[in-house]
Design a protein around this ligand. Structure first.
Ligand code: CUA
Length: 337
């Protein structure tokens, strides 16, 4: 079907999977449309009223018929549901070895950053055959990251992170669209995904002025914002130590236990009073409006790296209610859902 201009090129592992489901839905729809319209015309002619005096016999329904027309659609819709849900779950769970890319959308552009530090605007260079995980947020309104050739479409929502992933199967240049109306220049919020052969990608990556990596930027920011004054690695500061935190769990004042993921760290930075664990919060200033979405992603990258470091002194500093139990190495790849 790739040759049919109705369908975009298939350039990711999801593309054939999504297309097969679509073909199935189309086939079922066409079959029943033809069946129902044929029946309408056939019955209209076959049982037409032939004289003014004609009165049809009264019919009280047929149990067998009713069971058949309930059971068959039920079976078909369950097939659609389980098939669709299984694809949805696969698309929702990025594999652990995926290349992480941060995406910040704003009216009207896509800002992308590689962990090595390279920034791109309305362009993304990735290698063929490797899974790529996107962590996305928006600075203003809802946008939607849409690459038809990958059959990937995911909303990019202000105030939270959404993630998606794909694995390109063919080198080439593919359209990136914004698929959610986001204002005057929504139609101009477009770009290109460049899928490159692995060696070309390495050349591209090393040939770009990287500046500093996400991790290094995050670490510098952590000091510039004086986070390190309170969040000391040995837990002796006014805030909890962040060593070993990411990927674990913390108890909140509300009694709830939450997983420490990208979204939780983001909430703590922007509104610590509401999000901090039991025993902490009021001391920490809110950074809402003081850090950009890109800076928050850099800080998160640094905090993730702390999960892999052994704590210098695991003892509790002052009434901490941290129930951290992170396995070493899980922090980096925890899906943010
Ligand atoms: Cu961004 Cu439409």
């Amino acid at each position: 079907m790739g040759a049919l201009p109705l369908f975009p090129e298939q350039a990711s592992t999801f593309a054939p999977v999504v297309d097969h489901l679509l073909y199935f839905l189309l086939a079922v729809t066409v079959f029943f449309t033809v069946l129902i319209f044929s029946a309408i015309f056939y019955f209209a002619i076959r049982y037409r009223r032939r004289s003014e005096q004609e009165l049809p016999p009264e019919i009280h329904g047929g149990l067998t018929l009713e069971i058949v027309w309930s059971a068959i659609p039920f079976g078909l819709t369950m097939v659609m549901f389980t098939w669709g849900a299984s694809i949805f779950f696969r698309e929702s769970l990025p594999p652990n070895d995926a290349i992480p890319i941060n995406v910040v959308a704003k009216q009207w552009m896509w800002k992308l950053q590689h962990v090595e530090g390279q920034r791109e605007i309305n362009e993304l260079h990735i290698p063929v055959g490797r899974p790529v995980k996107l962590t996305m947020t928006s600075e203003d309104v809802i946008h939607s990251f849409f690459v038809p050739a990958f059959r990937t479409k995911e909303d990019v929502v202000p105030g939270r992170y959404s993630t998606t992933w794909f694995q390109p199967t063919k080198a080439g240049k593919y359209h990136l669209f914004c698929a959610e109306y986001c204002g005057t220049n929504h139609s101009g919020m477009i770009g290109w995904i460049y899928v490159m052969e692995p060696q070309d990608y390495e050349t591209w990556l090393s040939g770009r002025p990287a500046g500093s990596s996400l991790l290094a930027s995050g670490e510098r920011l952590f000091e510039d914002l004086a986070c390190n004054n309170c969040h000391k690695p040995d837990n002796s500061g006014r805030g909890p130590s962040l060593v070993g935190l990411f990927g674990g769990a913390v108890r909140l004042t509300s009694g709830a236990t939450v997983k420490v993921d990208e979204g939780y760290i983001r909430r703590c930075i922007l509104n610590p009073t509401a999000a901090a664990p039991v025993g902490y919060g009021p001391d920490m200033p809110a950074f809402q409006g003081l850090v950009t979405e890109e800076e928050i992603l850099q800080l998160i990258e640094y905090i993730k790296s702390l999960a892999q470091r052994p704590a210098t002194a695991p003892g509790q500093g002052g009434g901490a209610q941290l129930t951290t139990a992170p396995a070493l190495g899980v922090g980096q790849q925890t899906p943010a859902r």
